[in-house]
Design a protein around this ligand. Structure first.
Ligand code: IPE
Ligand code: IPE
Ligand code: MG
Length: 242
């Protein structure tokens, strides 16, 4: 078998919890519960195969439009998840981070995020990033505002603004762009996720619903990624010889 190329950064839009529950005649919240349960296996698997960064889209800026009861159930699950996973993260040398505006999250959830972030800050294995109250457009607007402020204050010159200056003002400033984007449940859209950062990522969309997306499915996605030829605008490697 050909050698497998492991992506340095995998980003996942974890979608389909509601459909998973509906198929079984269960409340949507049960789907979220099962979905959260599966996260540990995916994180461990990424850590085992040598992925350096894993970003999971857990709550979008648009998800506040959902019924209040569902939102609070998601927040409660998040808090429980963080409490339960700290031990595994320490054991596996995993560093935890978030992107998105966490100020809008309930204070107990925020406290848990801060505690896990701090306790895992010096770990050197996989960086595990949760996108919470994350939207790519607000992230880009925030960056533009911060840069404008620095210009007004005379700290930077407008003519010196380039892609690297811009990137430094995004939530993902110290994280490389995703190599592989996975979306579960078959939807062909990115739903306001990492618009800037996904410019040259490989997309893998599967019909598998998030609670059913296990280690085997992850390996399938990585194998598929491995077969892709990333060209970044250049001529095909094979074509050069033609
Ligand atoms: C993904 O599952 C979880 C979140 C967006 C928080 P959904 O809840 O979107 O599931 P579907 O898309 O309704 O099946
Ligand atoms: C994207 O899923 C957000 C997360 C997975 C957190 P959604 O279910 O909210 O996306 P849309 O509404 O189908 O685009
Ligand atoms: Mg959905």
């Amino acid at each position: 078998m050909d050698k497998i190329t492991i992506p340095e950064h995998i980003a996942i839009i974890m979608d389909g919890n509601g459909r998973w529950a509906k198929k079984r005649g269960l409340p949507r919240v049960k789907g979220h519960y099962e979905g959260a349960k599966g996260v540990r296996g995916i994180v461990e698997s990424c850590s085992d195969i040598g992925v350096k960064y894993l970003t999971l889209y857990a709550f979008s800026t648009e998800n506040w439009k959902r019924p209040k009861a569902e939102i609070w159930a998601l927040m409660a699950l998040l808090k429980r998840f963080l409490k339960a996973e700290l031990k595994t993260m320490m054991k596996n040398d995993i560093r935890f981070k978030t992107i998105g505006d966490i100020k809008k999250l309930p204070s107990d959830v925020r406290a848990e995020i801060k505690s896990v972030t701090k306790k895992t800050a010096l770990n050197r294995g996989l960086t595990f990033i949760l996108a919470l109250n994350y939207g790519s457009r607000p992230e880009i607007v925030k960056a533009a505002r911060a840069i404008a402020k620095e210009c007004v204050e005379g700290k930077i010159n407008p003519s010196s603004i380039d892609e690297s200056v811009f990137e430094k003002h995004l939530d993902t400033c110290d994280i490389p762009d995703p190599d592989l984007l996975i979306r579960t449940s078959g939807e062909m859209r990115i739903s306001n996720f990492l618009l800037w950062q996904l410019s040259y990522s490989e997309f893998y969309i599967t019909d598998v619903l998030w609670p059913d997306f296990d280690k085997k499915e992850l390996k399938k996605a990585v194998r598929e990624y491995s077969k892709r030829e990333r060209r970044f605008g250049e001529t095909r490697k094979k074509a050069v010889k033609e």
